[in-house]
Each structure stands twice: as C-alpha cells, then as structure tokens.
Design a protein around this ligand. Sequence first.
Ligand code: NAP
Length: 281
Amino acid sequence: MLIKFNNDATKLAVIGSPIEHSLSPLMQNFMIEKLGLNYIYLPFHVEKGNATKFLKCCDVMGIKGFNVTMPHKEDIFSSVSKLHGDAIKSHSVNTANFKDGEWHGYSTDSEGFNLSINEHNIYLNDKNILVLGAGGAARAVVLSATNNGAKNICILNRNLEKANEICKGIENIRINNFTYENITNEFKKADIIINTTPMGMSGVKEDFLNFDFMDSTKKVVCDLIYNPRETNFLKYAKEKGHFTINGLSMLIYQGILSLEIFTDTKIDKIEMKKYVMDFIN
Ligand code: NAP
C-alpha cells in the first residue's frame, strides 16, 4: 500500500516483537485514508523489556498514540498514568493514547472479540464457554465472557498457575489441565469453544495432535488465529458441522476501537469492518 501523508500528520504506531507480520499498519493506514484524517501509523520492532523506554521517547518523536502487541501489554499497563475500563480488568493495555498531558491506557481486545461474534448473532450471555489456553488472548476472551454474562467458563491450559491468575475475582469459572481427555469432556458441555493457543498458526510448528474431541452436536467454534484464515482446528470443526469463526474480525474490530480512541472520532464499525475486510482479505 502506498501511503500519502503530510509532514504535519499526527504520528501513531504499533510496537511488538516480532512486528513484521502485523496487519495493523496496513489496516490502520487504510482506515485513516478512508476517514480523510491527517495521521500516519508506523510499525516499531521493540524488544521485550524496552516498551517503557519507547513510551518515554514518544514525546521527542511526536507519537501521540500507539498499539501494543506481544510481549508488551503488561509493561505498558504499568507505565501509563491513567487506566480505563477493560485495561484495568484485564491487567493489560493494547492502546496507549497521549491526552491532556498524560498517557492513558485502554484495552480493546475483549470488545473486539465480542463484536466479532455478535456480527453472526452469537452472544455470550447464558452460554457455557470453553477457552483453550490461558495467555493474553484468553484473558481478553474471559473478560468478554464475564462482561457479557456467560453462564460458565472453563479454561484448559498446560500451566495451571497462569489459568488460575485469570480466574481471580470470577465465580463461575473453573480450570483444568490441557489434556485431550479433558478437551473431549469439556467440548461436550460447551456452547462456544475458543482456541486462544497459537497452535496451527502460520510459523508455529505445533498443532493439535488430533481433533477427535470435536463431537457433532452443533456448536460455535472460534480460533483467534487469522493467519491462516482457516486453521486445521477450524477446518475440522467445519467438517463436523460446527459454526466457525476465525480471528480476523476480532483483529479488525479491536483496531477500529483503538482508532476511535486515538482520533476521538466515532466510526461506523460495521461499515468500516466491511471495507477493511475487502481490502485485506
Ligand atoms: P500467549 O500469551 O503466549 O499465550 C499462549 C497460550 O497458549 C498459553 O496459555 C500457552 O500455554 C498455550 N499454548 C501454547 N502452545 C501450546 C501447545 N503446544 N499446547 C497447548 N497449549 C499451548 O499468546 P496470546 O497473546 O494469548 O496469543 C495467542 C494466540 O491468539 C496467537 O495465535 C495470537 O496470534 C492470537 N491472537 C489473536 C488476536 C486477534 O485479534 N485475532 C488477538 C490476540 C491474540 P502455557 O501457559 O501452558 O504455556
């Protein structure tokens, strides 16, 4: 994509390690152009441990806001002066915005996930939710489930301490080991199943060892991975007759929500999502 910009354009950024694969610069610059805004959005490879240093340099570089991806979400959570909404609940920041002389921290991941399922008329309220994995993405999904009145949540993860951390303050949640026996049992009980592990992602060697755990009662099966658009997890779920959703819509919605914060504008999310989808898909 060829980006046109003025020298006085307001600078936005995304930081991460790795950052080369990120779709955010393409997506955000497309939306900026579509909305006719005088902004430019740039990627920065920032090594683990350097996120706070980056934030401190933003003033000098004229960067007014930035998105935060792996592995910096917790570091930026600790570095901003004011935290808002889901950032407080999820203990992580994916959107840092400089306003009125200080840095504000937000998290748009869980609302992004919720919008990505709502567009298919799927809602988390009163549902039994199974979450595979217990990293940052799982935290966002669990927050979405609690914010939206899920009936029961189950997390399966290798590292139970990490899963336990997510459960703090939540009553209707339980955890167990990530074993194929447990996945099979919990899959049966769930209405919505979400893979938040990177298994099956492009560039990741590991994948599920088998998909025998997927029974055939119709369920909603989500994978937060968007590259490839259809992981083996989703492919097999579709073959079994489940309704499948990949991570692309979540990515786009969290980006639109961030851009609303950076630019203090209201964006028609459904319309913008369609434009972005056509552009990057
Ligand atoms: P993370 O913090 O590193 O967490 C990864 C989780 O997956 C951990 O709980 C880990 O278990 C588990 N896991 C990893 N490999 C596994 C394996 N071989 N077997 C079983 N469990 C395994 O990563 P994250 O930030 O949550 O991201 C996870 C995925 O979500 C990535 O693919 C990322 O691209 C995607 N994502 C998508 C969006 C979107 O907008 N669509 C947003 C955020 C993330 P242990 O705790 O036991 O190590």
